[in-house]
Design a protein around this ligand. Structure first.
Ligand SMILES: C[S@@+](CC[C@H](N)C(=O)[O-])C[C@H]1O[C@@H](n2cnc3c(N)ncnc32)[C@H](O)[C@@H]1O
Length: 349
């Protein structure tokens, strides 16, 4: 900026001096010098105005840049975005750009297994099935949110936007695509949690956080299920990750628009097959374990299945669902302790 201004001034001076020299022989008239000086004062006035405008603009820019938002309002007649912190104050992670993934959450310090990472209320929730148009439904839900909440919502990523529409014009469809990409189960409903929504996906042993929704509080909790080192990405899972690799990948591609390259999906073929068979065995064991409730299997077998699922989980590095598994095992044990089922299950524990 400064060198350019100096060059303009030099050109102007040079041009004026040349003109004066050329015209001096025409001499005698008293008019010419007066005209010239008038032209010169015009030039001076223009230059001064220019300099003043530049100075004023710089001043206004500085005022805006240094936080005095009013200048921005005056200059571009646009309000600054409403404040919505993407990450809670004091959080153990930061939201950053991650190549090939959009944004994601990176640990800013070591996080212990079991540590609470985030609690969050939904912007809104919707029932899993509705009678009216889903696009209209989301529009109505959004209308009930505050301006900062809408700002947070429209800042989220989206995939699968209809090809025949323009996201800048079809805002209602944009909102629906954002909802589809980011909404998660919230008890009996489905909700949008803008902070949680920044977590990317990992399969079986690849994810290190789990979320649970406490319906009575209307709050989502995210816990670490593994120790997470500073600099590591916080990952959750978007699908039933006990499915084989090709099924997981095709679901993720269709629903979330990415080809999964997580640590599990990137395993060499033989290791991937071994992982898939562990995961299938876990799924089959879970399904059989569920039969205890109708008496198809006895307590001993139920507890054996719990042990087997646990062991497979250790081998796979899959630590999710263990709280549920342990709680279910206690139910089985309790069920047999009152004599209504065979007591031998208690010993098996
Ligand atoms: C709920 S958002 C997660 C946060 C998102 N990355 C962002 O920028 O806000 C889901 C989207 O993130 C991207 N994503 C999530 N996990 C990914 C992964 N493992 N690899 C590549 N992209 C991923 C996909 O575009 C997906 O549709």
């Amino acid at each position: 900026m400064a060198p350019q201004t100096r060059r303009v001034l030099k050109q102007e001076k040079g041009h004026g001096a040349k003109t004066a020299k050329k015209q001096s022989p025409v001499s005698s008239s008293t008019v010419l010098p007066t005209d010239r000086s008038a032209a010169n004062s015009w030039r001076t006035a223009i230059i001064q105005t220019l300099l003043l405008s530049i100075g004023l603009s710089l001043g206004l820019f500085y005022a805006w840049y240094s936080g005095a938002g009013d200048a921005q309002k005056v200059l571009v007649n646009q309000r600054p975005p409403p404040r919505y912190d993407e990450v809670a104050v004091g959080a153990a992670y930061a939201v950053v750009d991650i190549p090939g993934k959009g944004k994601g959450a990176i640990a800013t310090r070591n996080i212990s297994r079991g540590e609470l990472i985030l609690t969050e209320k939904p912007l809104f929730t919707v029932p899993p099935t509705i009678q009216t148009s889903p696009v209209e439904f989301i529009k109505e839900k959004l209308a009930l949110t505050s301006e900062p909440q809408r700002w947070a919502f429209f800042n989220l990523s989206y995939v699968n936007f209809p090809k025949d529409k323009d996201p800048l014009r079809d805002v209602d469809h944009l909102a629906f695509a954002i909802f589809e990409t980011n909404a998660v189960r919230a008890g009996k409903e489905v909700g949008v949690f803008p902070r949680m929504a920044r977590l990317n996906h990992g399969c079986s042993s690849g994810f290190n956080t789990v979320y649970s929704y406490r319906e009575t509080e209307g709050t989502l909790y995210i816990h670490a299920i593994k120790p997470i080192a500073v600099g590591e990405e916080l990952l959750t899972t978007y699908t039933d990750t006990k499915k084989p690799r090709h099924q997981r990948r095709s679901f993720l591609q269709q629903t979330y628009g990415f080809g999964c390259t997580c640590s599990v999906c990137s395993l060499p073929e033989a290791e991937s097959k071994a992982s898939d068979s562990r995961l299938s065995a876990m799924a089959a064991n879970w399904a059989r374990f569920a039969k205890w409730i109708d008496g198809t299997i006895n307590g001993v077998e139920a507890i054996e299945l719990v042990r087997e699922i646990w062991k497979l989980g250790d081998e796979e590095g899959y630590g999710s669902e263990r709280g549920r598994l342990a709680a279910d095992a206690v139910w089985v044990a309790a069920g047999h302790s009152d004599g209504s089922r065979k007591k031998d299950s208690f010993k098996a524990l």
